[in-house]
Write a protein that binds this ligand. Structure first.
Ligand SMILES: *[C@@H]1O[C@H](CO)[C@@H](O)[C@H](O)[C@H]1NC(C)=O
Ligand SMILES: *[C@@H]1O[C@H](CO)[C@@H](O)[C@H](O)[C@H]1NC(C)=O
Ligand SMILES: CC(=O)N[C@H]1CO[C@H](CO)[C@@H](O)[C@@H]1O
Length: 642
């Protein structure tokens, strides 16, 4: 049955000997040779291992020394152990052994011999072995490190959910203050904020619009020193990138501070730039309910205040709206937050310089947070008529919404108020989000653009939980992790219990649940990232966090492996009981233990529980800013049952 194992040795030498014809090789050549052999490695780690193996300390190594380096990096002990457990002679896996491994450990559904054959064809580098339909350790290692063995399920990489439900049935990837860009991000222009959000699959952008010179509306963060962009320019950039990552509709949420005449310019800009993709009329089959993401593919929707009803809009179609303006009075309550106080100021002030804005702003805030106040709202008909399914309507109470709110109206609620409501009236809140698109935004006092934990609002079905995309940290890790699902389309179908009118789901009181038992063995790390302060001798540990309904929140961690960022082995098993798996997210954080100043973050990965593959899997790590840290990874064994 077995191939002559001699071919295993000759293969390696035949691959590398040419490189050594001229004698020893240096670090750069060694790195290139590893790449040629298809071994993923990070230069910093190779550098350290090279140094350890360069016995004469000449900066050059022999062919034997190279072989030692190759084995250190490629032949990871924990993988060799698995290989040996399934190989009868510890040298070769027969196809039947591979089938056994895939069925017993990797939970491959509908396992067939063809799958094993394909894996061998794809990953076995030694030709003789491949032809004999067997697999060497070389092939097995390459397979285990391949995308097929990632923790993330390939099914979730595609749009697999039913996209024909009405918009209110989805969680929608939403950003807050989209124009802001933190200094850490590349790109000279603030436009990058919009572009990077769209490229990440964000489907609801916020645009803060103000009157500019020469009747050209501009975009910037009111009352701050952020630089200004022409509204036109922003719209053009959005047009270019809107459907690069996802085909599903983009909502432009206008934070509108413009005078009616500049609102007309905005309406005009929107129409000329987006043309037919701008949804400017109600769809025939959707006169009294929201259309689905499927129906609205490649469409741009405008969210703004609106005058009157959709029917009135329709009747006006084709009429000349130039110069037509509606005006009404609105009461501003005491506990309003950011958007509201900005709004009310804009009506009263047309400010010239930032100094003046600052002081006026402070005065105004005092007034508004104190007591009730009325303000005038003016809207150009031309802009109002572009608002179809996403009419911004002030949230008053659940009671008021039940009685008066129209299907195409939705509310923005500040995080503080939303949090209070979710504690006091959770059932009413959930029944509200079943019907109306609800947007939650960060409170104004988060001047540092920090984020809140979005999970608590997903738990009650809020569709648009708006985060500051430019601010790294746990909330953005959850946001990115959640929306990797469903093909990165920016729309995730809410679990049935948050859509079904007969469900009495309450995230704070889970009664008749059918929990999932999740077991994760953190086996090892590979080539963990090095930072300025940590070296390849970092003291590493892994934290596993579970986010979900309050009962499911949990956090456990491994012990610390001292002085090893290259190949720490923990081999520790953790078990979690998860009552609402549909809402659960798992976050893996790798840290360097630093006793006095606190641990240092090295990398993380966040994934919805139901997107996790079972079996032996590797987990790619991401930096704080969300950049890939490849080839840094964790190797785990995951298992869950309901
Ligand atoms: C790490 O070092 C690089 C280059 O020396 C520097 O640009 C960067 O700001 C440092 N990062 C931190 C977190 O100190
Ligand atoms: C790792 O843990 C598993 C299960 O707990 C055990 O079977 C295995 O022997 C351990 N391996 C090592 C190298 O400690
Ligand atoms: C005010 C408000 O929350 N409006 C939302 C209405 O729904 C659309 C999506 O259909 C959102 O983009 C708006 O933010």
């Amino acid at each position: 049955n077995f191939l002559n194992v001699f071919v295993l040795y000759t293969w390696f030498w035949s691959q590398i000997q040419d490189e050594f014809r001229g004698g020893k090789i240096n670090l750069e050549k060694a790195q290139k040779l590893l790449e040629k052999l298809d071994i993923r490695c990070s230069f910093v780690h190779v550098k350290h291992i090279f140094k350890d193996n360069d016995r004469l300390k000449q900066g050059r190594i022999t062919i034997d020394e190279f072989r030692a380096i190759y084995r250190t990096i490629a032949h990871r002990e924990e993988i060799v152990e698995i290989f040996n457990a399934y190989s009868e002679n510890r040298k070769i896996l027969l196809e039947s052994n591979l089938v056994q491994f895939l069925t017993q450990e990797q939970y491959i559904i509908e396992m067939s011999k063809t799958i094993a054959t394909e894996i061998i064809q794809k990953y076995e580098p030694i030709e003789e072995v491949r032809k004999a339909r067997q697999m060497s350790l070389e092939g097995f290692t390459r397979y285990m490190g391949s995308p097929e063995c990632l923790l993330f399920k390939p099914e979730c990489k595609k749009v697999y959910q039913d996209m024909t439900h009405p918009l209110n049935d989805y969680f929608i990837s939403t950003s807050h203050n989209t124009y802001l860009v933190s200094d850490q991000l590349v790109g000279p222009s603030d436009l990058w904020g919009y572009v990077s959000a769209l490229v990440k699959g964000c489907r609801c952008l916020e645009i803060d619009c103000w009157d500019g010179a020469q009747n050209e509306p501009i975009v910037y963060h009111g009352y701050t020193l952020t630089s200004k962009l022409l509204f036109k320019t922003v719209i053009q950039a959005i047009h270019k990138y809107a459907f690069m990552t996802s085909d599903y509709p983009v909502v432009l949420s206008l934070e509108n501070h413009c005078s009616p005449s500049q609102q007309e310019v905005m309406a005009d800009n929107l129409q000329t730039t987006f043309g037919d993709s701008l949804l400017s009329d109600i769809l025939d089959e959707f006169q009294d309910r929201l259309p689905s993401p499927e129906v609205l593919k490649f469409k741009v929707l405008i969210k703004n205040k609106k005058i009157g009803t959709l029917l009135e809009t329709r009747q006006r179609k084709g009429a000349d709206k130039h110069g037509k303006v509606e005006e009404w009075e609105e009461v501003v309550e005491g506990e309003e937050e950011e958007d509201e106080w900005k709004d009310s100021m804009s009506d009263n002030l047309l400010l010239k310089d930032n100094q003046e804005k600052e002081t006026e702003g402070k005065k105004m805030r005092g007034v508004i947070f104190g007591k009730k106040k009325t303000r005038k709202v003016k809207i150009a008909l031309a802009l109002s008529d572009l608002v179809i399914y996403t009419k911004a309507e002030k949230f008053k109470s659940f009671e008021h919404s039940r009685q008066y709110q129209q299907f195409n109206e939705n509310n923005s609620i500040g995080e503080t108020r939303a949090r209070k409501l979710s504690k006091l009236k959770v059932e009413e809140f959930i029944s509200h989000t079943r019907t109306f698109i609800t947007r939650i935004y960060p409170k104004a006092t988060r001047a540092d653009s920090s984020n809140f934990n979005p999970q608590e609002f997903w738990n009650i079905g809020c569709q648009m939980v708006a985060l500051n995309f430019q601010t790294p940290g746990m909330p953005m890790d959850l946001q990115n992790g959640k929306f990797f699902d469903n093909g990165g389309s920016g729309y995730i179908l809410k679990p049935e219990f948050l859509r079904d009118a007969n469900s009495d789901f309450n995230p704070h009181e889970i009664t008749d649940s059918n929990p999932v038992t999740l077991t994760i063995r953190i086996i090892s790390g590979a080539q963990l990232p090095l930072t300025n302060t940590s070296s390849n001798k970092a003291d590493t540990l892994v934290i596993i966090e579970v986010f979900g309904v309050p009962q499911d929140q949990a956090k456990q961690q491994t012990r610390v492996i001292k002085k090893n960022a290259f190949s720490p082995r923990w081999n520790e098993t953790f078990t979690f009981i998860i009552h609402v798996p549909e809402l659960a997210m798992i976050r893996f954080v790798v840290e360097n233990q630093v006793l006095i100043t606190g641990n240092e973050f090295l990398g993380q990965y966040t994934i919805p529980l139901l997107c996790m593959n079972k079996g032996y899997r590797h987990i790619p790590l991401f930096s704080k800013m969300g950049e890939s840290l490849e080839p840094a990874s964790l190797f785990v064994y995951v298992w869950y049952v309901r």
